[in-house]
Design a protein around this ligand. Structure first.
Ligand code: MEV
Length: 316
């Protein structure tokens, strides 16, 4: 009997990095999925992709296995439709899919999504040393997620860790808004990027002011999303990108991708931790933007929203 869990990727529309400091953020699940399958191990040790489980290579799966499972050795395997270290949340999707597969393994075919999201955040936080619940919550719940520093309408649940409190909410993302992802092909190392931004915030008071300003941009973007005002959303994306650049989260390759499409987009910015990974553009010329990204050597994807987050299944 096999147990399967799958979970979607995400894009952060506004507020990455600042959300680690308790500021708001807006993210959306996209329809690229990570799938994890669990079987009883054929040996007396737990395996991942046929190899003995090791923290060095399988940090997320090992944390989940050690903390949320007790029982005979398992055999984990996975299939990913999400490029790794691309800023699209592949580690969060792997974590959430693994938790989903374990729920199925325990016979829970309609598990609590909140519980999975909470366990997912704990896993990312412990493995990375620091993390906001943005990626794991978006992957677990699907759709649009608004992370806030206070509770408002469409509240899902709240969590405190490391002296910060995040309130997670559902938010509607207009379905007719075209978001194109340009993946630079360079890896985005979340942990290093979060450290880099942390240094920038400590270097001067100015750094922390940038974080506060990103928080203001996110709140304004929330209003623009409600009004479906793509022009204002685009301006706010550009402003968010400037602030991220000042904090050191962008790089030349991402900026070249941004410059290549900015004349044909309402707004364009990096998404996720940056320093590599991907940029996203809001545009009404998605095919042109996709071609321009590809001309610059990037992989381009139309970010279709994924309304369903974690899925769990049992098969034969
Ligand atoms: C990474 O996708 C987003 C960051 O804000 C880190 C986090 O929220 O945990 C950079």
């Amino acid at each position: 009997m096999v147990s399967v869990g799958s979970a979607p990727a995400k894009v952060i529309l506004f507020g990455e990095h600042a959300v680690v400091y308790g500021k708001p953020a807006i993210a959306m699940a996209v329809d690229m999925r990570f799938e994890v399958t669990i079987k009883p191990s054929p040996r007396n040790i737990t395996l991942v992709e046929g190899h003995p489980i090791k923290e060095r290579y399988h940090a997320y799966v090992k944390y989940v296995h050690d903390h949320f499972y007790s029982g005979p050795p398992l055999d984990y395997s996975s299939k990913s439709g999400i490029p790794s270290a691309s800023g699209l949340g592949s580690s969060a999707a792997l974590t959430i899919a693994t938790l989903g597969a374990l729920k199925a393994h325990h016979g829970e075919l309609e598990p609590s999504i909140e519980e999975i999201a909470r366990m997912g955040h704990e896993t990312e936080y412990e493995v990375q040393g620091i993390a906001s619940p943005t990626d794991t919550t978006t992957s677990a719940h699907g759709g649009g997620i608004y992370v806030a520093n206070e509770q408002s309408s469409d509240h899902l649940w709240s969590i405190s860790r490391g002296g910060k409190t995040w309130h997670l909410h559902k938010i509607d993302i207009p379905e007719d808004m075209h978001i194109v992802v340009g993946y630079s092909g360079e890896s985005s190392k979340t942990r290093l990027q979060v450290k880099k931004v942390s240094k920038a915030t400590k270097r001067s008071k100015f750094g922390m002011e940038m974080i506060d300003e990103i928080g203001d941009v996110v709140e304004e973007a929330r209003g623009a999303l409600k009004k479906k005002d793509v022009v204002r959303l685009g301006e706010l994306m550009n402003k968010n990108q400037k602030l991220l650049t000042i904090l050191g989260a962008s790089n030349d390759k991402l900026q070249a991708l941004i410059d290549a499409v900015s004349d044909h987009s309402y707004g364009v910015k990096l998404t996720g931790a940056g320093g590599g990974g991907s940029v996203i553009a809001i545009t009404d010329k998605p095919e042109l933007v996709r071609n321009l990204f590809e001309k610059r050597g990037a992989k381009a994807y139309m970010a279709k929203p994924a309304s369903v987050g974690v899925k769990v299944n049992k098969g034969v």
